[in-house]
Design a protein around this ligand. Structure first.
Ligand SMILES: [Fe+2]
Length: 449
């Protein structure tokens, strides 16, 4: 029995250690939300303006926070919560024998109260500008003392929301199964019984047609473990994919996302453009950008106190700047390092929207998308934070026979077949390649990069 206890104790220590080690990438994991206690006091306040965002259809807006507290500390911080009601009443305990925590959802991002108010520690007064994106729900802002490790909630703000939180947002294109097909995937708050999702599209100067879209979603039980199943869970909304077929080669197309509501009205996105791929074999030049491990970051500087992914903004901005000279983008795994904090996926798709809405954004799966013990991943680490590939394969379309496996190829121009293998999950980990195939002779040159 003693021996058994020792084994159990060792396993417990190992699992705690593993958890700590696996979570170091995700700043949100530093927030010990389970330890939160309520210490609301009359003397503290936090207010957000404006209340209503996206009045002109914008999907990104800035808010200003003003706050004060009688006992300011250097590690006071502000958490952004969405939905705005983040009390424990909104999430049932997994186990009825365990008392639920006071709070059970992680903030979607956070910032220290003195970030842009250097006198905060002396005056107890501060202000902060934060950027919000439309993520299908309202927002509230909470002032905490006690640092990230022992958060004490001292004030909660008014609610802020976008005019239409359900609006179709963040389209991402992918090359389809044939050269003349492109797919559009996007996110909305409209389920299959709320509205019919479709894309209205056509040649720039020609007639527009409407193509239907399929709808996917998943629930908390689809997640394999914490934090994706616990504090990191956030309703993913609905993810739609439409297939635009029989494209002409090398032509400019325009498209808009639509949802035809039950009451007969249609909710539209803004208008986007893309250029179709060349006919295979045609004499042409393609410019392809390939990278992995990009991550995401917040333009307002929040959520990045360990300075982990600010470079992702540089990468995104540089690609946007060069976009007229880029035909396809391959992001070959470790996409946003959400690591089980699902709010990060919306923020990632918002960050890459200017790219992914214009050129095919082809993804592959990395350890941070897929790995989870006992889930069939190549490695048994906790790197996906319990997502086990569900987010990656739902948020992005790839023309694979089985989207869980992420193995696929696409045709793009006469000389190059881009062939991807899943980064870090295949039989040859960390291998990917672009190879040239000389079609006429059936000869294959492999250039492993
Ligand atoms: Fe990585």
């Amino acid at each position: 029995m003693k021996k058994l206890r020792m084994i159990f104790f060792t396993l417990l220590i190992l699992s705690i250690f593993h958890q700590v080690v696996s979570d170091v990438h995700q700043p949100l994991s530093k927030v010990a939300i389970h330890n939160t206690v309520f210490a609301l006091n009359q003397g503290s306040s936090i207010k957000a303006t404006p209340n209503l965002l996206g009045l002109k259809g914008q999907t990104t807006e800035w808010v200003t926070l003003r706050y004060s507290t009688p006992n300011p500390k250097i590690d006071d911080w502000i958490g952004v919560f969405s939905p705005a009601n983040f009390s424990a009443s909104t999430c049932p305990a997994e186990n009825t024998l365990v008392n639920p925590p006071f709070l059970c959802s992680a903030p979607i991002k956070f910032q220290y109260a003195n970030f842009s108010s250097h006198n905060y520690k002396n005056t107890g007064k501060g202000s902060l500008k934060l950027q919000l994106i439309n993520q299908r729900s309202d927002f509230s802002f909470a002032l905490f003392t006690g640092g990230l490790a022992n958060p004490k909630l001292v004030a909660v703000s008014n609610k802020v929301s976008f005019l239409n939180p359900n609006a179709p947002v963040y389209p991402r294109l992918a090359q389809g199964k044939t050269w003349d097909e492109i797919t559009v995937t996007w996110t909305s708050g409209y389920g299959i019984s709320d509205a019919e999702p479709f894309v209205e599209w056509g040649r720039k100067e020609g007639k527009l047609v409407q193509s239907p879209a399929g709808t996917l979603t998943f629930d908390r039980n689809t997640m394999c473990g914490a934090p994706a199943r616990t504090v990191g869970w956030r309703d993913p909304g609905y993810i739609h994919t439409s297939f635009l077929k029989e494209l002409w080669p090398n032509k400019e197309y325009t498209y808009k996302l639509g949802h035809r509501l039950v009451n007969g009205t249609t909710v539209w996105s803004q208008e986007y453009q893309f250029k179709s791929s060349p006919y295979p074999g045609q004499n042409s030049v393609q410019r392809v950008v390939i990278f992995g491990d990009m991550g995401k970051a917040e333009a307002d500087g929040s959520n990045e106190y360990n300075n982990f992914q600010p470079g992702s903004l540089n990468t995104t901005n540089q690609i946007i700047q060069d976009l007229n000279d880029i035909d396809v983008v391959f992001h070959i795994g470790d996409l946003c390092y959400a690591n089980g904090y699902l709010s990060q996926w919306d923020q990632f798709t918002a960050q890459i929207e200017p790219i992914a809405s214009k050129v095919p954004y082809m993804t592959a799966s990395g350890n941070h998308e897929r790995d989870w013990p006992g889930s069939g991943s190549f490695y048994g680490t906790l790197d996906s934070g319990g997502e086990s590939g569900v987010l990656a394969q739902t948020m992005f379309y790839v023309p694979a026979e089985n989207r869980e496996k992420f193995w696929y190829s696409i045709d793009y121009d006469r000389n190059v077949d881009q062939v991807e293998v899943g980064l870090e999950i295949g039989p040859k980990p960390r291998v990917w390649r672009v190879y040239q195939r000389k079609r006429g002779k059936g000869n294959v040159n492999n250039d492993v990069a």
